[in-house]
Design a protein around this ligand. Structure first.
Ligand SMILES: C[S@@+](CC[C@H](N)C(=O)[O-])C[C@H]1O[C@@H](n2cnc3c(N)ncnc32)[C@H](O)[C@@H]1O
Length: 469
């Protein structure tokens, strides 16, 4: 009972804190039923509110686990795939765009079924499950409306526009709908094969690229990337790249600036964005520190896209050689030998430990004694204290109040979902703990100098600063 009372008080105290913060700042906390508020509501522009929200989410799930009958808890988690499937219908059946014009009043199931051409009885059951999970509102029986959760997957297009050009549904949208389309289709279906893949002696310990749950689910020996490039998967490739763009907007974009102090570098120092894609992180840096020189390295195929991206967003960066592109293979010798900083964002999580060590060793061979290596990744947190949590020299991130788990339990579950998402598609790909990064760096001639961790209530990339040993 004591834990229950402590958790209950944490919830009421956190609600008071949110209320006080909103009153002080003259903003109102959005109503769940209100479909006019978007993803980035100003109510959340206060770190104390973010912390209170995470504490509430964690405490509510913890209380539920304590009080609920275990048999009900097991069924509820085991059957959760139906929520993902129902969300797949919401996004691929264009239900959000159908409901959008009707606001909080909502639309009767007869009309939703007519416009979407989905069986009325089945659709009603699907929408009712989503209303039960607070993803939609059932305004009155059989009348459904968007709320502030479901409205975030609105593409902004009318149902007629989507029907006329279905392949272009996500173009020009925020990308959130594309993410949901991808995760309720590829991720969910691949995830269903995790246990078979782990238990079948043929694949249980395989490091082969074609031995993933994705391969079983989609009945292919190709890697996810090769499969995406098949001519018949043109739509999938487009969907995936839009989903990735949408996903990057869900993270705070300035993790590169929240760690190593680039002002300490002499003017003209070389900063290398290793496998930097089109250079979205370099763009943030180049705007903040125009006195430095930047090289974006990636596969040759990205050269054109990089030029297009910079011309559209920050053409000045390309003038005078301040920012340049260099084609490389991260598994071969690193060509730049005078870098002050090498940095990699969301690269190591794509690769197995063996491949990561190869990448890191190439960077180490090219490093000067003063070169810094910055690694930007989501850090997995242990649920209980670990040696790394209090390791000397690491910047302490605040920890959730007891009796919440140290990783904030359900309030910090997303990195663990990302980790399994890596597992299903690419053999060896994974999110890692700080201990795990420490081991990879130690095996490749680097050591950690400092860690700039996101606090437990911010879902985003942390920054590890490493130096040559
Ligand atoms: C998840 S993206 C991250 C891009 C960028 N760092 C960012 O944060 O936006 C992974 C990048 O790794 C690049 N990549 C994959 N294999 C590579 C290789 N062998 N050599 C160079 N780049 C590679 C891809 O082209 C892609 O741009």
């Amino acid at each position: 009972m004591e834990d229950l009372r402590t958790l209950g008080k944490l919830i009421t105290d956190s609600i008071q804190l949110i209320d006080d913060s909103c009153t002080r700042r003259g903003v109102t906390f959005p109503k769940l039923e209100d479909p006019t508020t978007g993803l980035n509501d100003s109510a959340y522009d206060d770190l104390e509110v973010k912390q209170a929200v995470t504490n509430i989410v964690a405490a509510a799930a913890h209380i539920t686990a304590i009080v609920r009958l275990p048999s009900d808890t097991l069924q509820s988690h085991g059957l959760k795939n139906h929520v993902s499937s129902a969300m797949g219908v919401l996004v691929r059946g264009h239900i959000v765009e159908i409901l959008k014009p009707y606001g909080r009043e909502g639309l009767h199931i007869d009309e939703i079924a007519r416009q979407s051409d989905i069986d009325k009885n089945k659709l009603a059951r699907i929408l009712r499950l989503l209303a039960t999970e607070h993803i939609l509102t059932e305004v009155k029986s059989d009348v459904f409306a968007l709320n502030r959760v479901s409205v975030t997957i609105d593409t902004g297009k009318s149902i007629d526009e989507i029907r006329a050009k279905p392949d272009e549904k996500y173009i020009g949208s925020s990308g959130t709908a594309a993410i949901l389309d991808h995760i309720t289709h590829h991720s969910q279906k691949s995830s269903a094969y995790i246990s078979e893949t782990l238990l079948d002696p043929k694949t249980a310990h395989s490091t082969e690229a074609g031995a993933t749950p994705f391969n079983r689910s989609f009945q292919t020996d190709l890697t996810f990337w090769e499969w995406l490039e098949l001519p018949e998967n043109k739509h999938e490739l487009r969907l995936f790249s839009m989903a990735m763009r949408g996903a990057s907007k869900l993270f705070p974009s300035d993790a590169i600036l929240k760690g190593f102090d680039f002002d300490t570098l002499p003017s003209g120092s070389v900063v290398v964005d290793v496998a930097g894609g089109v250079g979205s992180q370099t763009m943030i840096l180049a705007r903040a520190h125009p006195q430095l020189k930047y090289v974006i390295q990636d596969r040759a195929a990205l050269a054109g896209e990089m030029q297009e991206f910079w011309k559209a967003e920050y053409a000045d960066g390309l003038t005078g050689g301040k920012v340049s592109f260099q084609a490389i293979d991260i598994f071969s010798e690193q060509p730049i030998k005078d870098a002050s900083v090498f940095f990699m964002r969301m690269i190591l999580h794509d690769w197995s430990d063996t491949k990561c060590i190869t990448i890191l060793k190439h960077l180490r061979a090219a490093a000067q004694p003063s070169t810094k290596l910055l690694i930007l990744e989501v850090l997995l947190a242990y649920a209980v204290p670990s040696a790394s949590s209090d390791a000397k020299g690491l910047e302490a991130a605040t920890t959730p109040p007891a009796p919440l788990l140290l990783n904030a339990g359900h309030g910090g579950v997303l990195p663990h979902f990302y980790d399994l998402t890596m597992m299903i598609g690419m053999n060896g790909a994974q999110e890692r703990t700080l201990d795990h990064f420490n081991a990879l760096l130690a095996a490749s001639g680097w050591k950690i100098e400092s860690v700039h961790k996101q606090p437990y209530y911010v879902n985003g990339h942390s920054q590890i600063v490493a130096v040559p040993v």
